[in-house]
Design a protein around this ligand. Structure first.
Ligand code: CA
Length: 488
């Protein structure tokens, strides 16, 4: 593996791309990644929540830049997604499969490579990769998940348990303040990459006091599938414990769960859940606005590529669910909005399939380098400039490894998403990097025609009309799985 990494480093350092010679000045990069922010909870994405959701700054960013409608993750859960972003690799390549895995301490990732290309680098906010951050000139991170109110953070150089408490602060405000402080103090002769990782809107949804009542008197519209009956679908999906109402705890809603059942409980809990979640989003949006204003006031807007995304999507009541993990669109897709003044057509919408392993190769190309050969993503720089390469991917491989973890009961599965279809195999085994452990569930499949069934409720796996499509998709799934190096 080391040989591969060293070779990759040499490639990154010694073979600047053709674009490098033409670039007079390397662009700065601000990468904002929130935690569990679903597309549906951004006005610009135009979901059923559009009439009520308030995200003026993100909507403005979408008007100034490019909004991606098919941005996806390889594994829809926090720690693995963060590792995939930094390493440009799938979980089975970078070794971070579940929330319990750690990033390899010696691992060379995006942070190191950007420094070698002359960038000043910082990571501020949520890290959640088990080890102390590596590869950044400066970091200041929440311990684990961190908390919303009076957060504590640990800066680079501090001892393991030496945390600084920000009394009276709210996590998103504190993370933004630290980000702006770092931007002010940076070496202005060098380009920078700032990774600003918000905690919100992760569970348990504690809004900032100023936004607590933002949605108090609003009736939140319900998604079409809030009362999904899972007819014709996999038993393993029907058994998932992410049901709004039934699987919430009092700490999630910060109030006693009333004596209700079924639809009545679902409808009540949905309102409570969404009001809290969207109020947390409000602080994210406001702080995105603060960072944009800082760039403007300091003459940095033109030279800075500004990226907003999340570590994965999230269920906001679709299929009656909250949480993520499952390869259905609400969890698989992430927001991705990018503003690159003078390059990215303002107000453009792109539907190419982007994956979170593409960010690292893209940033390296933007910095005048090239991705190491062992990165599995591909640079989308030309897409940002309005030109999709003719051989851009037409399918994405996905795999979830945190099987039946007890709290959510999400089964092991892998699959592919194409522009039109989603094919998922619930293979019924507990497999991990050490191989098969046990098998206790019958394997099942689901196939959705997302064009005819965007809500993903009609499983057409056994429908004879889809037999030819299914044959092709199964071949494509095998091919993508093999190509990604996933042998289990
Ligand atoms: Ca997350």
């Amino acid at each position: 593996m080391w040989r591969c990494i060293v070779f990759g480093l040499l490639t990154a350092l010694l073979v600047p791309s053709a674009g490098f010679a033409q670039e007079k000045k390397k662009p700065n990069i601000i990468y904002i990644m929130s935690d569990d922010h679903a597309n549906a909870a951004i006005g610009a994405y135009g979901s059923w929540l559009k009439p009520v959701v308030k995200t003026p700054n993100l909507d403005k960013l979408a008007k100034q830049g490019m909004r991606f409608t098919r941005s996806m993750v390889t594994n829809s859960i926090c720690t693995p997604s963060r590792a995939a972003m930094l390493t440009g690799q799938y979980s089975h390549k970078n070794g971070v499969y579940t929330l319990n895995d750690m990033l390899d301490k010696g691992r060379i990732h995006l942070g190191h490579l950007m420094r070698m290309l002359g960038y000043q680098t910082a990571l501020i906010g949520k890290w959640h990769l088990g080890i102390d951050p590596t590869g950044f000139d400066y970091w200041n991170v929440l311990p684990g998940q961190g908390v919303y109110i009076n957060p504590k953070l640990r800066p680079i150089g501090a001892k393991a348990k030496e945390l600084k408490e920000f009394t009276g602060g709210y996590s998103e405000d504190v993370i933004t303040n630290l980000s702006i402080d770092w931007l002010k103090k940076r070496d202005k002769t060098k380009p920078f990459m700032l990774m600003c990782h918000f905690k919100a809107p992760h569970r348990p949804w504690d809004p900032a006091p100023r936004f607590k009542d933002l949605y108090k008197d609003v009736k939140i519209p319900e998604p079409e599938t809030l009362y999904d009956d899972f007819k014709g679908r996999s038993k393993q999906v029907a058994n998932i414990k992410m049901r709004i109402g039934d699987d919430f705890m009092e700490r999630d809603l910060q109030k006693p769960i009333p004596m209700m059942q079924g639809k009545e409980l679902r409808a009540w809990a949905y309102q409570e859940y969404l009001k809290r979640y969207l109020a947390c989003v409000a602080a994210v949006d406001e702080n995105v606005g603060r960072l944009l204003a800082f760039l403007e006031e300091n003459g940095l807007s033109e030279d800075t590529i500004f990226i907003y995304t999340s570590d994965q999507g999230f269920f906001l009541g679709e299929h009656g669910f909250y949480d993520k993990r499952l390869m259905y669109d609400p969890a698989l897709l992430t927001p991705l909005i990018i503003r690159w003044p003078g390059r990215t057509p303002a107000g453009s919408v792109n539907s190419d399939m982007i994956v979170n392993i593409d960010h690292a190769p893209t940033f390296l190309e933007l910095a005048g380098g090239e991705a190491p050969k062992d990165m599995q993503g591909r640079s989308y720089k030309s897409i940002l400039e309005g030109k999709t390469p003719p051989d851009w991917r037409q399918s994405v491989y996905y795999r979830y490894w945190m099987h039946l973890d007890g709290s959510h009961n999400v089964p092991a599965h892998y699959g592919i998403r194409t522009q039109r279809y989603t094919l998922i195999h619930f293979y019924g085994k507990h497999l991990d990097m050490k191989g098969a452990k046990k098998m206790d569930l019958a394997p099942e499949w689901e196939l959705f025609d997302n064009q005819k069934d965007p809500q993903q409720v009609r499983n057409v796996f056994a429908d004879p009309d889809y037999a030819p499509v299914l044959r092709e998709l199964r071949m494509e799934l095998d091919k993508r799985k093999r190509e990604s190096g996933d042998e289990l």
